[in-house]
Design a protein around this ligand. Structure first.
Ligand code: GLA
Length: 715
């Protein structure tokens, strides 16, 4: 519910458990009052007082300074000397920016964005309309509430209503000023093969932040940030989260003043973005999802999971059962052909898997990673009768078919590059760097997007397939575009992202019944922007189960289990004889959407039976992964990883427990179950849900690694 109290000029945005409040003061300024638990807003956070050396607005009085008052949006060089949200370079050459509040509008639902991924639905939207007299730009700042998820989505639209061209140099549409408090900053940090590890550090005086300048949201940082009270734990204490619905360069910064005031900003990366806005043009920022929890980090994650499943993922797939796949990559890399793939398909069918995914290597002259990208026609040496005939054979076996693509990239020795060397991203006068022996297509050029989309459509129409794995195997560098004029070169990376989103939209529209899985050299583009098109994303190229545990734990902090693709693998580095057994690998993969990557034609009878049994067990819990609430039990020791998923109605739960540490335990406090209920698993083991915090379940110790899957149902 959004309420405007005309007497106090106060807006209150209420969700199920939270409230966000702001006030118009001196008619032109929007100050931030409160974000937190419902009905706790006191409304005195914006007391004005004279502060020496703070610039003040003379016409209002010495006690009103944008430097000291909490605001909803801050503007460059107009009295707020902290890190600010918005900066416009005016036609007169300076970048002083000051948008005055003019009026507001509240409407049901939200505005649909055509070119950007965004949260679908929404209950109500508050639109605050501002105007900057010098640049003659209108700024519309939006707040859409999602009451059931306890989330608020923020984004902005700029309109140049003047005659002169201006440049948007900073556009962080999400700002949150917090009066004070002792917080820790929680982010997801990593690198290739160790993405999204939870990193926690005290918020200190000064600026801390995360960013990507790699052209994808990246392995190194993830567009997610949380602030948690120092004393908060999994189930107690206050916390805020910010998640950017964007897959390219971003930044999120936290500034703490000496007096303890905090400001959080999230938006496009100011170093790699600037946008030329000509008279009459408009520009939309990507949006940020905000949430608040008074019940610790688990509730924060649950709010985000509900939001992503209910409002980001394509509705057709969000809660739908996902196929258990056999993927060809780890077992065969580029060395497969139709006959090998069919052997795998036959064996996969006998193991009760649902789908075979033909990974990289089926197209063009793709025999290794140096060739073929861009040539999206079937490799007839490998598939002599073509893909349509192959897909018929796969379906005759009783399996579904998945196909790998990497449409944003090009190999320098492809036919496409020979024809269109100017279709790659490259700054003028420079040589483009390589990444995995490949170059990046210039998706700021609509012609390139249309060409690739049509080439893929031509090749895939007529082929029966149910899944696409969409990869993105390098980061961007020398990001210049041959089709943009000099004054628009700094738009290239955002335009590249818009081109990529257009490609995603056109291909998902062309194949509406196909499930798309995202990927970027593992988990380099694991973000809410991608989840808008691809409801699941390959979490990491590191499939060693012990290494996967922290990656998956971090991922689940911000994204639901149904977003996380996890396979039981045997690879060159991760052989069955030398590392954990199949059960442990399976247990770890159960954090997300299960698949297999190994030579299934060489399993012994025992392993075959084990895999069949795993798939039955997985299918019995998949509905919990698709729609349940994730709880991470408190007080886990070093090396212990537990994911507890409880059905929304609390009627059943699954506990995935892994212990790779030295300390063994035999009891684990659970949470989130129904206190009055008794739960039972298939073997008749019982557990009482009676105390939310201290129900205990027996933990078995087995071989090197403790593991357990406990599935219980209310009896
Ligand atoms: C990336 C992916 C892998 C595989 C290869 C194929 O690294 O993460 O799963 O698809 O590309 O080239």
């Amino acid at each position: 519910m959004i309420i405007f109290d005309d007497k106090n000029k106060t807006f209150r945005l209420k969700t199920r458990n939270t409230e966000y409040a702001m006030r118009i003061v001196h008619e032109k300024y929007v100050v931030h009052l409160y974000y937190g638990g419902k009905n706790h807003c006191r409304g005195d956070a914006c007391k004005e007082k004279i502060v020496d050396f703070a610039p003040y607005i003379a016409e209002v009085g010495e006690s009103f300074s944008l430097d000291t008052i909490p605001t909803e949006l801050s503007f460059f060089d107009s009295g707020d000397t902290k890190d600010v949200a918005v900066k416009i370079k005016n036609a007169n050459g300076d970048a002083t920016t000051l948008f005055y509040y003019k009026t507001y509008r509240v409407f049901e639902g939200r505005e649909e964005l055509k070119d950007l991924p965004h949260s679908r639905g929404g209950d109500q939207t508050l639109e605050l309309i501002y105007f900057d007299e010098v640049s003659a730009c209108v700024l519309r700042s939006y707040y859409t509430i999602f009451e059931e998820c306890d989330t608020i989505v923020r984004y902005a639209k700029f309109e140049n209503s003047g005659k002169n061209t201006v440049y948007i140099e900073q556009a962080s549409a999400c700002q949150l000023d917090i009066a004070g408090g002792d917080y820790s900053l929680v982010t997801l940090a990593g690198d290739y093969c160790c993405e999204r590890n939870i990193a926690e550090s005290p918020v200190h005086v000064g600026i801390q932040g995360i960013y990507s300048k790699r052209g994808h949201s990246s392995h190194r940082s993830n567009p997610f940030l949380a602030l948690k009270e120092k004393s908060a734990s999994e189930n107690k204490g206050e916390a805020y989260a910010f998640e950017f619905v964007y897959s390219g360069d971003f930044e999120a910064r936290v500034e703490k003043s000496f007096s303890g005031k905090l400001r959080v900003l999230m938006g496009l990366n100011r170093d790699t973005f600037s946008w030329c806005l000509e008279s009459g043009e408009t520009f939309y920022t990507p949006e940020t999802i905000l949430t608040y929890s008074a019940e610790g980090m688990n509730k924060l994650s649950q709010n985000l999971h509900d939001h992503i499943r209910g409002h980001i993922m394509p509705p057709r797939f969000a809660y739908a059962e996902r196929p258990v796949v056999i993927n060809t990559w780890e077992a065969m890399h580029f060395n497969f052909d139709e006959s090998k793939a069919l052997q795998y398909a036959l064996r996969a069918k006998s193991l009760d898997m649902d789908m075979i995914v033909i990974d990289d290597g089926w197209y063009g002259n793709r025999c290794n990673d140096a060739s073929g990208l861009g040539d999206w026609y079937v490799n007839r040496k490998k598939f002599t009768e073509g893909l349509a005939a192959f897909s018929e054979k796969v379906h005759a076996i009783g399996l579904k078919l998945g196909i790998w693509i990497e449409p944003e990239m090009i190999s320098p020795n492809s036919d496409l590059y020979k024809k269109h060397p100017d279709w790659v991203l490259c700054s003028r006068g420079r040589k483009a760097s390589f990444g995995r022996k490949q170059l990046v297509l210039d998706l700021a050029n609509d012609e390139v997007v249309d060409y690739i989309v049509n080439a893929l459509k031509r090749t895939l129409f007529g082929v029966k397939f149910e899944y696409i794995k969409w990869d993105f195997n390098r980061c961007l560098s020398e990001a210049g575009s041959a089709v943009l004029p000099a004054e628009r070169q700094s738009e290239t990376k955002h335009r590249f992202m818009l081109g990529s989103y257009r490609m995603h939209r056109l291909l998902t529209e062309a194949f509406p019944d196909v499930l798309f899985e995202g990927c970027s050299g593992g988990g380099g583009r694991f973000d809410a922007g991608m989840l808008y098109y691809c409801p699941q994303i390959w979490a990491s190229d590191n499939t060693d189960p012990v290494c996967r545990l922290p990656i998956q734990k971090g991922t689940l902090l911000a994204y639901p289990p149904s977003a996380l693709s996890a396979h039981v693998t045997v690879t060159r580095y991760n052989k069955l004889e030398t590392s954990p057994d199949l059960s442990f690998r399976f247990n770890v993969a159960c954090d997300g959407i299960l698949g297999y990557e190994m030579d299934i034609t060489r399993l012994d009878a025992g392993q075959e039976t084990q895999i069949r049994d795993q798939i039955v067990r997985y299918k019995a819990i998949q509905h919990l992964l698709l729609g349940g609430d994730v709880y991470i039990p408190s007080d886990l020791q070093n090396g212990e990883y537990a994911t507890l998923i409880v059905a929304k109605d609390k009627s059943e739960f699954v506990l995935l427990y892994r212990n790779t540490g030295a300390e063994k335990r035999d009891r684990l406090p659970l949470c989130g179950l129904k206190p009055s209920a008794e739960y039972e698993d298939a073997a008749g083991n019982r557990i009482k849900g009676d105390s939310l915090e201290f129900s205990n379940v027996c933990i078995q110790n087995k071989s090197d690694y403790s593991f357990l899957i406990f599935y219980g149902k209310i009896i």
